[in-house]
Design a protein around this ligand. Sequence first.
Ligand SMILES: Cc1cc2nc3c(=O)[nH]c(=O)nc-3n(C[C@H](O)[C@H](O)[C@H](O)COP(=O)(O)OP(=O)(O)OC[C@H]3O[C@@H](n4cnc5c(N)ncnc54)[C@H](O)[C@@H]3O)c2cc1C
Length: 388
Amino acid sequence: MKIFDIAILGAGASGLYAASLLGQKNKIIIEAGKNPGRKLLASGGGLCNFSNKNMGAEYYFSQNPHFIKSALAGFKLQEFLEFLEENNISYDLRPSGQYFAKSSKAILDLILSKIDKQSTTFAFENKIISVVKKDIFEIKTDKNVFYAKKVICALGGPTYKKLGGSFSAFKLAQSFGHNIITPYPALCGILWNKKQKEFFKDLAGLTIKAQLSCQNKTFTEDILFTHEGLSGPAVFKLSLYGLQNKEILINFLPSVDFKDFILKNKNNTKLPSNIFGEIMPKHLAQTLLKDFNKTLPDASKQDLKYLEGLFCAFKIKVQNTYDYDKSEVCAGGIDTKEISSKTFESLKGKDLYFIGENLDITGQLGGYNLHFAWASAKACTNAILKKL
Ligand SMILES: Cc1cc2nc3c(=O)[nH]c(=O)nc-3n(C[C@H](O)[C@H](O)[C@H](O)COP(=O)(O)OP(=O)(O)OC[C@H]3O[C@@H](n4cnc5c(N)ncnc54)[C@H](O)[C@@H]3O)c2cc1C
């Protein structure tokens, strides 16, 4: 019976990066798919938005918001950039602060090239079924049984099944007594209900800058009307905080002083959709004004309040967001109150570590989730290297 020092479960961003940092330690990487890094390859539309210049715990959402601070402090973006440069991997810094590679494949290939082949066994097409700890860990897959002294669970979350998304990490954690913070799809669009679909049907394909708010969060960025619902960066960012059954407010005129605009047009006898059509796409104005059939000079104070609500605080009750297969990440996950923030070791099971997206730490849109995959892998492998 062969016993590995370390078994890394999952050949995604965090698992592969962890393997690359473990040098010549005797290890196995167990992966359900045929190939490594499938989500990493798809990330950033193939350009891998691997990090962000604006970094800090405030860009992450978790029931335990301070947990991430230590890992972020221990992983220096500058060092990662130098690592890319030393290996001739070019990247761009966009005005938004997002770092993109020239290709996701270049990042994946670089990480793979840094995994010491002599000391590493790859077990692809091995779907992990269970992990139990006797004296050592026994890892059962659908094909084999592997043994290891330490386990790093880097199995990710359930989004994009076709890219390896699964609930396996949550099941494994639960089998060791871990609590799971209720997961939900995040960094995704919202779906219209029947009535909303009918109301917005003429707008499919329209992108505009708007201000979206829900509870105490507000984002002013592009929104995109689709046939099924509302998408775009502002919606994605808001979805991190959970939108199901909540009400969102849309200000379609975030850079217009509405009262001033009305004052200037109070004697304008044109159709209101033509008047508003001068400061926003006309078909959006027509859609919003479907049920309004007065001119501005005829509008009462109450009518003007109604118009202000329509244009600056349009209410949408969200029934559903897109599902896991159309969401970038899963929010919620393994409760970090039961994980060491310094080493990522489970407080429920010695020598068991959890890194990456399976934890209840979800980054905002913009490279934060991959940054956490790297940072958590680094904290965990530092701790393991000190022990071995
Ligand atoms: C389309 C898309 C685009 C994205 N773009 C970006 C981006 O540009 N920037 C960014 O920061 N984030 C992005 N993300 C999110 C980011 O890719 C993930 O947060 C990140 O990959 C998480 O890394 P991980 O190692 O935790 O999990 P993963 O990379 O998902 O790796 C988990 C691995 O575990 C394997 N696995 C799962 N279950 C089992 C099992 N039972 N047995 C064996 N193996 C199993 C999976 O096949 C997978 O290879 C994107 C996500 C998607 C879906």
